[in-house]
Design a protein around this ligand. Structure first.
Ligand SMILES: Cc1ncc(C[n+]2csc(CCOP(=O)(O)OP(=O)(O)O)c2C)c(N)n1
Ligand SMILES: [Mg+2]
Length: 561
């Protein structure tokens, strides 16, 4: 009730507000806002997941956010602040709503060489949408509301709040405060900005005239929850759909109009299709380097339309024939409402050509996707996942070759499956999968990572066991970071023993390691054993590491233009 005059601690109000926003988990390394944790226990059901590193806590919060659309919360005391900042970088690149709380400077001890302190604020600038300090306890409620507001609006993204005190002890102080919550900002998207009618009509007219149009759908479609509208619109006008890596789950791979992920970590058929289009319609994508293979797919100058919630995105990289500002779902609904289905007939030959490109791709990679070689071919792992990830599964994928293998070769079978990927950081996927499982405990979560990626945060197996975060981790274990091979071979002029030292590791059985840490470990050395291992893992109701021994010499196919 507003206007009452009872004094309350910041900790009480903070804990109540997080619960009011529907937060179920916070991820942290102690010690920060200790009083708040005590109040959380008394007043809320929020799980306080303490991790083995602040970067993995941030990645868990990020995975939680991307799986649920709800802001993910991570925390660190002052000495761990920059570790958390490092972990916000992927969330920033991927437009994921993460809120980081850190302990920070007290005016009483600033500039006196107080223990563990530097000025952390500048390091959060490049990885946040809003980077602020909470200097007085009375500001906790409004700053927290602002944090949720900024994280979830427009293109979502990370926020940092530095609480006064190395452990954020400002939460122990009292003031007259209200735990007022704006539940609208508890979830992405809080608003659906409607497009201008004339802009929708202009874009639609161009799409209807085009003979070979293609849609490139990105993470904006995902965060808008506009996948169904995207597919319905594509069907109505018979427009093929490619996606960015971040938008991969906006259309099932099995849909006849789906041509795959376009760009650098991509499927050849998607790049070929986009480069044959006479009109490209970008929806909710930044048209960044990865999605366009550094602006070669499509080539700059290809007639283009762009739909985005951020005005500054419109036309950044491609001159536009039409642009529409608005929420993806709102715009697609508007387009669908007015679509003239009769205009689809002329695109019969184009849709047939797309089907041909799809068939060509499957034929070219059939041998790899079904390979029985020992050590195992990574494409076969992707193919087994395409078949056996459950209908409501969430797949979480690391970067490097993991991103290339899965981005290009993994097929989503239906609209209730989800796909999340690292926006560039090796090691992101495993902690992010634990966060996804925390957010969606009733959905199966399957992580695909390379061994180099898995090494980063391997200690979090213990966290998964302790907090029952029962994700299934599939490690494509080739004993090295073999995405680095091409680069080092080039640097040395040819592959040498010395160049190999720069990207290979000692052999490791991750299944045995997982067992020692209390998880279920399954080692797979033959392709035929992948499916039974997945079945066992998905039924285990425990954290599981499936260690797949794969061939270190097999490199993922590179992008075509
Ligand atoms: C934080 C970070 N550091 C470095 C890299 C560069 N990098 C990309 S892939 C890769 C090696 C990947 O190895 P692994 O996970 O084992 O997959 P593999 O290529 O062997 O399939 C490296 C070092 C990166 N993407 N992120
Ligand atoms: Mg590897």
């Amino acid at each position: 009730m507003l206007g009452h005059n009872t004094k309350r601690t910041g900790a009480e109000v903070f804990a109540e507000m997080l619960a009011g926003y529907g937060v179920t988990h916070v991820f942290m390394v102690p010690a920060v806002v200790r009083r708040t944790y005590a109040e959380m226990e008394k007043r809320t059901k929020i799980a306080r997941v303490h991790c083995h590193g602040e970067k993995s806590a941030a990645y868990m919060a990020d995975g939680y956010a991307r799986a649920s659309g709800k802001p993910g919360i991570c925390m660190a005391q002052v000495i761990g602040a920059l570790n958390i900042a490092a972990g916000l970088r992927d969330a920033y690149l991927a437009h994921s709503p993460v809120i980081a709380i850190t302990g920070g400077r007290d005016p009483k001890t600033k500039f006196r060489k107080v223990y563990q302190e530097v000025d952390d604020i500048p390091a959060f600038e490049p990885v946040t949408k809003f980077n602020a300090t909470v200097d007085d306890v009375v500001r906790i409620p409004d700053m927290l509301r602002q944090a949720f507001r900024v994280a979830t609006t427009g293109a979502p993204g990370p926020v940092h709040l530095q609480f006064r005190g190395n452990e954020g002890q400002v939460d122990t102080e009292e003031a007259i405060m209200e735990a007022l919550v704006e539940t609208q900002f508890a979830q992405v998207p809080p608003f659906r900005p409607q497009p201008e009618a004339a802009a929708v009509q202009a874009a639609l007219a161009l799409l209807q005239q085009a003979e070979r149009p293609i849609i490139v759908a990105g993470g904006g479609v995902r965060s808008s929850g506009a996948a169904a509208e995207l597919v319905a619109f594509a069907e109505a006008l018979q427009i093929p759909v490619a996606t960015s890596l971040n938008g991969k789950d906006c259309i099932p791979s099995t849909h006849p109009l789906s041509i795959g992920v376009v760009g650098t970590y991509s499927r050849e058929s998607a790049n070929r299709a986009v480069n044959r289009a006479d009109l490209v319609c970008f929806i909710g994508t930044e048209t960044g380097g990865m999605t366009t293979h550094f602006w070669a797919v499509p080539k700059i100058g290809t007639p283009a339309i762009q739909i985005d919630i951020e005005p500054e995105a419109l036309g950044r990289n491609y001159p536009l024939a039409a642009s529409v500002l608005g929420d993806a779902k709102a715009v697609l609904s508007g387009l669908l409402e007015q679509a003239d289905k009769a205009s689809a007939a002329k695109r019969g030959p184009w849709v047939k050509e797309i089907a041909g490109l799809r068939d060509e791709w499957y034929a070219k990679y059939k041998a790899d996707l079904t390979s029985d070689v020992v050590p195992i071919h990574p494409a076969r792992i992707c193919s087994e996942l395409s078949k056996h990830v459950p209908d409501d599964g969430i797949v979480v994928v690391d970067t490097g070759h993991a991103g290339m293998w899965m981005g290009g070769m993994y097929d989503l079978r239906g609209s209730s499956q989800s796909y999340m990927r690292s926006a560039g950081h090796l090691g992101w996927a495993f902690p992010a999968a634990l966060g996804a499982k925390a957010a969606c405990p009733d959905r199966p979560v399957v992580c695909f990572t390379g061994d180099a990626g898995f090494w980063y945060h391997i200690a979090e197996i213990e966290t998964a066991v302790r907090w029952n975060l029962n994700a299934v981790i599939v490690v494509n274990n080739n004993g090295g970071g073999n995405q680095s091979k091409r680069g080092f071979d080039r640097a040395y002029g040819e592959p040498t023993q010395k160049s190999r030292e720069l990207w290979t590791y000692n052999p490791m059985n991750f299944a045995r390691l997982a067992e020692d840490m209390g998880a279920l470990g399954i080692r797979v050395e033959k392709a035929a054993d992948i499916a039974p291992a997945l079945q066992k893992a998905l039924a285990a109701n425990r954290p599981v590491v499936i260690d797949v021994a794969s061939d270190i010499e097999i490199l993922a196919p590179t992008a075509v233009t």
